[in-house]
Design a protein around this ligand. Structure first.
Ligand SMILES: [Zn+2]
Length: 102
């Protein structure tokens, strides 16, 4: 695992996911599972710049859920994540839990 050269952003955001508030510094196992990354608030695909002002710390879950969807702010990102999270939960209940019932 190579250290990200943009460590100052992790420091700025206090190693905390800016979407869900998950803090990666509590202990090593937690940190591994939630593995923090940097997210482009406005995705590069939608014209977002690769600069500090457009980068925030995000946990794996939030980063994955947010994906490449069009987004213009952290607040909008939170809404996208909440919506996709609800969709995933329905999917989980429908396919995963149902499978367990059989
Ligand atoms: Zn998160």
């Amino acid at each position: 695992m190579k250290p990200d050269p943009r460590q100052h952003i992790y420091k700025r955001d206090n190693f905390t996911c800016q979407y869900c508030g998950w803090n990666g510094t509590t202990n090593f196992e937690q940190w591994l599972r939630g593995c923090l990354s940097l997210d482009h608030v406005v995705p590069v695909k939608h014209g977002g710049k690769d600069e500090d002002a457009n980068l925030v710390v995000a946990c794996q879950v939030c980063n994955k859920l947010k994906g490449q969807e069009k987004c213009s702010s952290v607040e909008e990102g939170k809404e996208i994540i909440a919506r996709k999270r609800a969709e995933s939960e329905r999917w989980f209940e429908k396919y995963v839990l149902k499978k367990l019932e059989k």
